[in-house]
Write a protein that binds this ligand. Sequence first.
Ligand code: S3P
Length: 181
Amino acid sequence: MGQLGYNLFLIGFMGSGKSTLAAHLGKRFGMEIIEMDQWISKREGMSISEIFDKHGEEYFRNLETNLLKEAQEKKNTVVSCGGGVPMREENVIEMKKSGKVVLLKASPETIYERVKDNHDRPLLENNKSVSYIAHLMEQRREKYEAAADIALLTDGKTIAKIGDELIEKLMPADSQKERQI
Ligand code: S3P
């Protein structure tokens, strides 16, 4: 895959593998990576949990929207979005202005295993169970699916396999676009 003239926005539930896939695409295709949580935390000089505690969730959500707007100046960049990003309609519009939205799906059990030892996810901090994850995932499902241009199932797959599936799904979309021109 050569340089992309657009960006890829990875969306999905916390622990669905967005950061891991972003790192893989960065390494394999030399794409620039924006890790949203990391950027926000660095800029604000505090962890995501501290931002929620000190300023509240709305403040954090506004930072996310601002960062998506900044990303529009880039191309060939993979943006690993926070899990809440697709819940704001405005965010979906902003992502589509400069790129394609890729949804990573994983089962609540897989997610639980990946997030259980992490303590910088305020929404899960006192709710770490498969049943709560399943509940929140269900609440988000419709918006996640509606935002996605491409969806990938990740359970039981290696990151290399997920990367390959993404490329396969991207390429026909690209050549279709060319045919339309
Ligand atoms: C959130 C997901 C987190 C982080 C914040 C809120 C969410 O990002 O942005 O804790 O609402 O799903 P990850 O999906 O990278 O864990």
